[in-house]
Design a protein around this ligand. Sequence first.
Ligand SMILES: *[C@@H]1O[C@H](CO)[C@@H](O)[C@H](O)[C@H]1NC(C)=O
Ligand SMILES: *[C@@H]1O[C@H](CO)[C@@H](O)[C@H](O)[C@H]1NC(C)=O
Ligand SMILES: *[C@@H]1O[C@H](CO)[C@@H](O)[C@H](O)[C@H]1NC(C)=O
Ligand SMILES: *[C@@H]1O[C@H](CO)[C@@H](O)[C@H](O)[C@H]1NC(C)=O
Length: 358
Amino acid sequence: MAAKLKLFLFTFCFLFALNKEANGALDAKTQVLINLANKHGPYIGLVVPSLSQLNPLLRHPSFISSGLTIDHGGKRFRFGIIESQPVILVFTGVGMINAAITTQLLLSLFHVEGVVHYGIAGNANPSLNIGDVTIPEYWSHSGLWSWQRFGDGPNNELPLEENGDYTRDIGYLRFAHYYTSDNETAGNVTHDNFLNYIWYQPEEVFPVNGIPEERQHAFWVPVDSHYYTISKELEGLQLDYCVNITTCLKEKPKVTRVLRGTSASIYLDNEAYRSFLYGKFTVSPVDMESASVALICYQQGVPFIVINGLSDLAGGGSAQSNESATFTTLAVTNSIKVVVAFINLLRVFPWALPYVEN
Ligand SMILES: *[C@@H]1O[C@H](CO)[C@@H](O)[C@H](O)[C@H]1NC(C)=O
Ligand SMILES: *[C@@H]1O[C@H](CO)[C@@H](O)[C@H](O)[C@H]1NC(C)=O
Ligand SMILES: *[C@@H]1O[C@H](CO)[C@@H](O)[C@H](O)[C@H]1NC(C)=O
Ligand SMILES: *[C@@H]1O[C@H](CO)[C@@H](O)[C@H](O)[C@H]1NC(C)=O
């Protein structure tokens, strides 16, 4: 009897603590809503960097709101249906940390069978144009570096390299290659530079199907292979190319699958670094969130794909280079058009939806 009473008191206190929303833990009301939501899943999670990119989808005729929203951890999860698929929409805020937290919350709280991340990106690929929509096969986080001391170079081991913490396998950027004067251009080093070399590093990852606390490394993270395969169907899609009757893109925009994209918590508006990234990694879209979503989905074993509207040239020059503000809304509109078409493909090719155990 006493034991039963203790158990009861314990349960009561536990529920009471839940109700007080202590320390960001789930309160009882939120837990009830989450359980309710999960009964209507599984969902496609749509993860978007900003409200200005989310709002046009909320207003899109293909989106039918279910009326349910769940707020947790400073995020708002909105529920509805697109092309007969139940969806959860959430915006992250700028940068890798926001994108990671939001994606992890989405996958931890809800029954999500796949993630579509969309938004705008800078374009590092000279053969693509503002307004094009890219779907890369691989993503990397290019903001994790070992910054080498002055005097050392490619033949010197990095600190902690021997432990397997850091590596010279992915490659470096040498600041001395970017000295400018009348006579010197990238590639000809006649002046050394105290900033020396930075070496790109893979992320330490802890996949859910691995041994807890046993790290693996990941630099190029592939998007889901089924998603990528069916996304080929999107390449013929007609995109908008006019903002209004007088302002149009010079080239008709296209949907194109590309090899790679890269992200870092860096707003890139620098031609030298843009061409370095393209030359070294053959990346097309460059943004501040996608690789973060990729790394979380990869570790959680959840299929994902990224659809980026190219809104600017990341510092590269062209007649349109200072027109990015003009075409940002067009890039958003076009990326949403492709997202909706992609979700429709999931309905047409349902076997592309592997069942994910939550
Ligand atoms: C550039 O080249 C000219 C002619 O070869 C030379 O006189 C001058 O010193 C060089 N300037 C620099 C900064 O190396
Ligand atoms: C480096 O200098 C050489 C000789 O002046 C020149 O031919 C070459 O084009 C330069 N390389 C680059 C990348 O500018
Ligand atoms: C079309 O859009 C451009 C760029 O936003 C703007 O400058 C121009 O005034 C607009 N023209 C019309 C007819 O609305
Ligand atoms: C940027 O815009 C200004 C004014 O609209 C124009 O004069 C200039 O040529 C543009 N520059 C580029 C690089 O397009």
